[in-house]
Design a protein around this ligand. Structure first.
Ligand code: P6P
Length: 337
């Protein structure tokens, strides 16, 4: 008999039954996010036919020119999530301040953060992009909801995931009991479980970094990459391969599927900033997924999930993936004179 297809909803219900990690309101929230990702996937897949390529006439809070699809994806996530009664507020890379659920809707106990379309510089050249999301519980000791409620370390996440819009549309999720992957069955219009208990190999021969920034890196990162480039004649005794898709979702998905190390480290171009990537809705969800798959994630000195955020759009230096490589990078940072 053909193996039964496990839908996203059935997976969430069975996880809740098994270990209580997905209370009803959280399951509702995750199902709404999955439905929003399906809508975003439709818009992304239309491309030029949908008139959604190219830039909008606006900049986001990061000062980056927004793509039309950035704005569409952000609006889809806001509209899909604000009426359900499971959320108190949302925060997005595309919005300066938090979006509190309007009074006409019931307020829930969760906080949702997202990068609605990460890697959007790749949209117009048909390279994989994705939506990254992270869920926290609103602290119940504060009336109403304010930005400070979002400033919780990554260890406080109750769910995290991404949806990658590539050759397949694939949703990857953790609620703290391993990592599961769901592929969109376009004929049924539903996400179907295609892999669970994903494990990242502890060792790898593949690193991902934007090599054009080499002259700006700190010494420990230069040391690590130089050793990778030295290959089997060098101290690592093996040759390395390099990948850089310039879409974090795609690079992290590859690492979840076959191992590797992803790095966007601090560099001296903007020394006052800790790095390029954002802590709350890029580094934290990806770091939890990687750790739940047996990998590790550091800013060079600290476990990313332990960092206490001070600002909603805070940036962070990111090194994550195969555990033994991340441990080596942490050691090199510790040895830095
Ligand atoms: P660079 C995409 O803009 C992004 O935020 C990540 O998805 C990606 O890893 C990184 O920036 C790419 O940055 O400097 O290589 O273009």
């Amino acid at each position: 008999m053909a193996q039964q297809k496990i839908s996203f909803t059935r997976y969430l219900v069975e996880q809740q039954r098994a270990d209580g990690l997905i209370p009803g309101q959280l399951r509702l929230l995750l199902e709404v996010v999955a439905r929003a990702c399906k809508s975003i996937s439709q818009a992304v897949n239309k491309g030029a036919l949908g008139g959604v390529l190219g830039t909008a006439e606006s900049e986001n809070v990061q000062g980056e020119i927004q793509k039309k699809l950035d704005i569409i994806a952000n609006e889809v996530l806001i509209e899909a999530n604000e009426w359900g009664g499971h959320l108190a507020a949302m925060a997005s890379e595309e919005m300066e301040t938090i979006h509190v659920v309007p009074n006409r809707y019931p307020q829930g106990e969760y906080l949702l953060m997202f990068d609605p379309l990460d890697g959007s510089s790749n949209i117009d050249v048909n390279v994989s992009i994705g939506t990254i999301f992270s869920v926290l519980k609103k602290p119940d000791d504060t009336p109403g909801v304010q930005e400070a409620d979002f400033l919780q370390p990554g260890t406080q996440q109750v769910a995290a995931g991404y949806c990658i819009y590539g050759p397949q549309t694939t949703l990857v999720l953790t609620v703290g009991n391993g990592v599961a992957m769901f592929t969109l069955d376009r004929e049924q219009g539903s996400f179907v479980l295609t892999q669970e208990d994903i494990q990242i190999p502890a060792d790898t021969k593949e690193f991902a970094i934007n090599m054009s920034n080499m002259r700006h890196w700190d010494e420990p990162v230069k040391r690590y990459i130089d050793e990778c480039l030295a290959g089997k004649e060098g101290p690592r005794g093996k040759d390395f391969n390099m990948r850089w898709i310039a879409s974090m979702v795609a690079d992290v998905h590859r690492i979840l599927m076959r191992g590797g190390v992803f790095m966007y480290p601090w560099d001296k171009r903007e020394p006052e900033k800790a790095g390029k990537l954002r802590l709350m809705y890029e580094a934290n969800p990806m770091s939890w997924l990687v750790e739940q798959a047996g990998g590790a994630a550091t800013n060079g000195k600290q476990r990313i999930l332990d960092l206490k955020p001070t600002k909603l759009h805070e940036r962070v230096s990111v090194m994550l993936g195969s555990r033994h490589e991340v441990e080596r990078l942490t050691q090199y940072h510790a040895e830095k004179p």
